[in-house]
Design a protein around this ligand. Structure first.
Ligand SMILES: [Fe+2]
Ligand SMILES: [Fe+2]
Length: 288
């Protein structure tokens, strides 16, 4: 049904896109080394993604900001401001998560990964037109949205995350869901065509896959996992199962009439929002 070419578009749900600074403070002593399912591969895959976030999300912000003037609708302008604010907060909180990884002894890998991500984003800015940059952003936002959906719709994934970091990933997943259509809608405003949207999506996916595989492997190597093939195979299988399970959602982006809210999962936001609110650091809580 997902792949039907007929338009079954429902109006996008009214989701409020509101940035929230969380003020997470990760203690390198209490965060377990393998905080996701006690599995080195799953943990380091998300660690590797986290290394790409501070600069990657700044790239998203810049590409959206570049075109925001084409939007004259007041609500959509508010949504764009919400998107920019949320991504800026994600960069900040993931910087503190990445600093925790450094303190856990992954200093070299974490710094190198962040530097490579910065280099790639800067090259993207130099080599591609603003339109192509926004197409990359819209495509990569689809990937973050489907990973967020997997996390929110399968409680067993969240349960496998250690409490010390669970709220970071839950909060990020909620906000990625809230703003999942902002970059896409803006891209559609400047280019209703199919070609660049899909080319940027596929090449951006490949770039992200190469980056995350390389840095997952570098983390694993530092732990000496290359000498433990059974551990590696078991974790690799779990990761592959997770990634294959989101494949139909991933491929949905290739459908010509695709829109992020064709899959209305907004009820998941409400389901977890209260829980996340309890994790806001006192200095960032709004007075009631
Ligand atoms: Fe984000
Ligand atoms: Fe995002």
């Amino acid at each position: 049904m997902r792949f039907s070419l007929r338009s079954t578009r429902k109006p996008a749900p009214a989701v409020r896109i509101k940035p929230q600074r969380m003020g997470f403070d990760f203690d390198p002593e209490t965060v377990p080394r393998y905080w996701f399912g006690n599995d080195p591969v799953l943990t380091h895959f998300l660690n590797a993604l986290s290394l790409s976030f501070p600069d990657g999300e700044q790239f998203f912000v810049d590409s959206v900001r570049h075109f925001r003037n084409v939007v004259h609708d007041e609500q959509r302008q508010k949504d764009i401001s919400g998107f920019i604010g949320q991504e800026a907060m994600h960069s900040l909180e993931h910087r503190s998560f990445n600093a925790m990884l450094q303190a856990q002894g992954y200093d070299y890998v974490a710094k190198k990964g962040a530097a490579v991500a910065r280099y790639l984003c800067n090259e993207g800015r130099k080599r591609f037109s603003p339109r192509a940059q926004l197409a990359f952003t819209a495509g990569l936002e689809h990937i973050t949205a489907i990973l967020a959906n997997a996390m929110l719709s399968r409680p067993e994934l969240l349960e496998q995350m250690d409490e010390s970091v669970r709220m970071l990933w839950l909060w990020h997943a909620i906000e990625e869901t809230e703003h999942k259509a902002v970059a896409f809608d803006l891209y559609k405003d400047i280019d209703p065509g199919y070609r660049m949207r899909v080319r940027a999506f596929l090449s951006g996916s490949l770039g992200l896959l190469l980056f995350s595989s390389a840095y997952t492997w570098r983390f694993l190597r530092q732990d000496g996992m290359h000498r433990r093939p059974l551990h590696l195979a078991r974790g690799g299988l779990r990761l592959a199962r997770l990634l294959f399970s989101v494949m139909p959602d991933y491929l949905d982006y290739l459908r010509p009439g695709f829109h992020p809210w064709d899959d209305d999962n907004s009820e998941l936001i409400a389901q977890y929002k209260r829980l996340v609110d309890t994790a806001v650091a006192p200095q960032y809580r709004k007075a009631a």
